[in-house]
Design a protein around this ligand. Structure first.
Ligand SMILES: Cc1cc2nc3c(=O)[nH]c(=O)nc-3n(C[C@H](O)[C@H](O)[C@H](O)COP(=O)(O)OP(=O)(O)OC[C@H]3O[C@@H](n4cnc5c(N)ncnc54)[C@H](O)[C@@H]3O)c2cc1C
Length: 464
């Protein structure tokens, strides 16, 4: 890597290299994992480049290839597997200025990769009467490119499945790091090459996402005496095809204690279901709640104007974030329960794990069937505990995606196949894109020594 030459080749593209910015921007939410905290905490990039448009991104790619400088793309920095942490120094490519809506077509929107998801969604609703099918609970900070490259599902997954499901991401425009950097437009199944690839398969410039008709939403909280009653209701809501919804989060009473701004709606000792439902499905949801003996604790119009956090900021990864704010020693797993006998497995899991785990589930469609994704929270002791808890889940047929590794394949959320390797061989022959994240990829720049074996320690089935 010849950094001095790299800087020269950038011309007038803005560069940031003050130590405080480098330290802050070289990190993401890797600290959710005690293992990643130990392994990745000291790593930093050498500089940050801030492209202003597509042509700047091409210039950066050319400069990187000419000088063999690693590049790590960065959106909002909310990834929680250390995806955006540079393992081999080099340049962080900050996409914050590559933002804006390109076009809206029936069922589809194209926006630049650095566009903040919540602001895009607001613009779509206000000006076009449509909204995104899916977004992460970090929508107010995360970018579209970062979501597609690092995320997996979220708000909307109860209706539309996971990000990886065909049709949810309709197209990607990617700048390559080949000998002659170029732009590749990926459509249909081709998007899989660069989706959930942690930026190892090129710099995403724009994303085409599926949209749906915008509707007014209601935020509701339901209370139940135990796990099974709450999960039964969550699954019934998810399976009620006539009711339009985008969230049903099932949370242990002790997790709800951390939801400070909404604590008045979270009765002590009760399991909760946090739901976002369409205004016009509201009466149907109330009827379902009555059928399930739920106490309705909150029933209000969703309001995303600045002020109170939206209800989805207590769901998905945010449930863990609130727990971590209250107790730094906790961590989490990512599980996917079988769709066939979900309730039975929930009951068995609870008796197998006792009080060690505070359970939290998200109702989703996974491979076309309604089930729950678990994000259980517990006090971390050591790697043996992680291993034991993974095994306790897997013994019940629950699949675990490893949240404690920066290696794409070990994460296990998506199949990394020959096509993806072939794409990289062609478009990043020097392994400059976020080096060190794709296991088995050789030929990239030398990496600073890292305890890679630690990441491989935790063997999990994955969700593939
Ligand atoms: C509290 C919390 C809640 C979360 N909730 C969810 C959730 O509901 N659903 C979910 O799926 N995830 C969730 N996540 C994970 C994370 O928020 C998502 O993956 C998020 O969308 C990442 O977007 P970002 O812009 O912050 O990406 P970053 O963290 O900046 O980047 C993520 C990855 O994408 C790469 N990348 C970024 N931009 C580009 C680009 N333009 N081209 C190529 N590669 C790029 C980065 O190199 C990195 O590997 C959560 C995380 C936290 C901390």
């Amino acid at each position: 890597m010849n950094l001095a030459r790299f800087r020269e080749l950038l011309g007038d593209i803005p560069i940031v290299d003050d130590p405080v910015a480098l330290k802050i921007k070289s990190r993401d939410f890797y600290w959710f994992s005690p293992i990643l905290r130990e392994e990745l905490g000291a790593l930093e990039s050498d500089l940050i480049v801030v492209p202003r448009d597509e042509s700047d991104v091409l210039t950066i790619a050319r400069a990187a290839v000419a000088t063999k400088t690693p590049v790590t793309p960065r959106g909002g920095g909310t990834g929680n597997y250390g995806q955006a942490i540079p393992l081999a120094g080099g340049a962080l490519v900050d996409f914050s200025r590559i933002e804006g809506l390109k076009f809206v077509a029936p069922g589809r929107v194209r926006a630049l990769a650095g566009t903040r998801i919540a602001s895009l969604d607001r613009q779509l609703r206000d000006a076009h009467g449509v909204e995104l099918r899916l977004h992460p609970s970090t929508a107010r900070t995360a970018t579209l490119g970062g979501y597609v490259a690092g995320g997996s599902g979220g708000i909307g997954s109860i209706q539309y499945g996971m990000l990886r499901d065909r049709g949810n991401v309709a197209g990607l425009r990617v700048v390559t790091l080949s000998d002659e950097p170029t732009i590749v437009d990926l459509e249909g199944d081709e998007v899989q090459q660069a989706m959930h690839a942690y930026g190892t398969n090129g710099l995403i410039i724009s994303v085409d996402m599926a949209t749906t008709q915008a509707v007014p939403w209601r935020e509701m909280i339901f209370a139940f005496p135990d796990t099974l009653a709450a999960t039964r209701f969550g699954l019934a809501l998810a399976a009620s095809d006539g009711l339009v919804k985008k969230l049903a989060t099932i949370a242990h009473p002790d997790l709800a204690k951390n939801f400070k701004p909404i604590r008045e709606f979270c009765p002590t000792g009760k399991w909760l279901v946090l739901a976002i439902v369409a205004e016009y499905s509201h009466l149907g949801v109330q009827a379902l709640a009555t059928e399930h003996g739920a106490e309705i604790m909150l029933d209000r119009q969703a309001d995303e104007s600045p002020g109170e956090p939206p209800l989805y900021e207590y769901s998905w990864g945010h449930t863990t974030l609130h727990a971590l704010r209250a107790d730094k020693s906790v961590t989490y797993l990512q599980s996917m329960l079988p769709a066939a006998n979900t309730l039975d497995i929930v009951a068995k899991l609870e008796s197998a794990t006792g009080t060690e785990i505070l359970h939290h589930y998200e109702c989703v469609r996974f491979d076309g069937r309604v089930t729950v994704q678990g994000i259980p929270v517990f006090r971390y002791t050591d790697r043996d505990q992680l291993d034991r808890l993974v095994k306790a889940h897997e013994a019940l047929g629950i699949r675990i995606a490893n949240a404690h590794t920066w290696l794409l394949q070990n994460g296990g959320m998506k199949k990394i196949d020959d096509a993806q390797f072939a794409f990289r061989r062609q478009h990043d022959p020097y392994g400059l894109c976020n080096p060190g994240k794709m296991a088995g990829w050789h030929g990239g720049p030398a990496l600073k020594p890292l305890g890679n074996e630690a990441a491989a320690d935790l063997e999990t089935t994955g969700w593939v």
